[in-house]
Design a protein around this ligand. Sequence first.
Ligand SMILES: [Mn+2]
Length: 328
Amino acid sequence: MLEKTHKNELVDMSFFKDALELIEKSKYILILTHINPDPDTLSSALGLSNFFEENKIKHKVYNHSKDLPKKLDFLHGFSKITNQEPKFYDLAICVDCASKQRFELELKENIPIINIDHHKSNPNFGDINMINAQKSSTAEVVYDFFRYNGLYISKNSASAMYVGIYDDSLAFTNVRCDEFTFEKINFLVKCGAEPSFIANRLTKRDSLAKYRLLPKVLESLELRNEGKLALIHLEKSWLKSSGAKPRDAEVALDMIMNIGIVKIAVFFRMLEDECRISIRSKNGIDISEVSSKFGGGGHANAGGFSIQVKDLEQAKEEVLKEVYEEKF
Ligand SMILES: [Mn+2]
């Protein structure tokens, strides 16, 4: 008798075929990415967008925000990402959006949605749902869509998907990064993605302003519960004085998580009209509930959301109440 020693990762995934059929029937496709876009949402969109362009399928990639991560500007199609809703479209594909609220666009009536994601909390709001919470990134799910349907992956699409996987798997260190992730990466490199070029573009083009801002954020470190819980924050005025962008401070949270004793870290960014919160955990501590409670996108070890508060103290109070309820 044959013994199966490796799981078949594409078991009953006929939704990939259904999705392709719907795409083929459509006249104009709107690809939706989430607010405060990260590389995964934009690269997943560009992986599809480049394929559509090569196959003369009319489409647009939409992002609500005007502030896109510039480090992705080397990806083909990046400059065409728009915050203008097209007059006509008959299909929406959202990528990496844990809920409908995440793309911040009221869709025209009766538009079918293909929902591609890897967030556990995704409520399957699409007409076709390609959700796989085991995957390191939505880009991995997009890759599976290509492969399941036997679609050609160009160098442009391969580079985009590589970026999504690389970044969302935290450079292949995330717990959901597995043997299949590396198979995918191997194939994407065969298709033309260049690891060294991509890593250089993504990580070696920081602004000087970022390094004027980071010391201030790190200086704000506050430890609680014998150092198990770490808090950092960013004040609006620091952005002004350094000339940096809010996203320039993101790495501070990863740095804090590198401290041995820290198990959970929370980053409060006080911006113009809201407080943006990112939360991380390690050693198998699941903090996804905290993000879901505030309507944000959450994984077991990472999450983000925004709240309306009058000051930092109020933000800390509201968020830490949930953290303590869940974890301490
Ligand atoms: Mn993602």
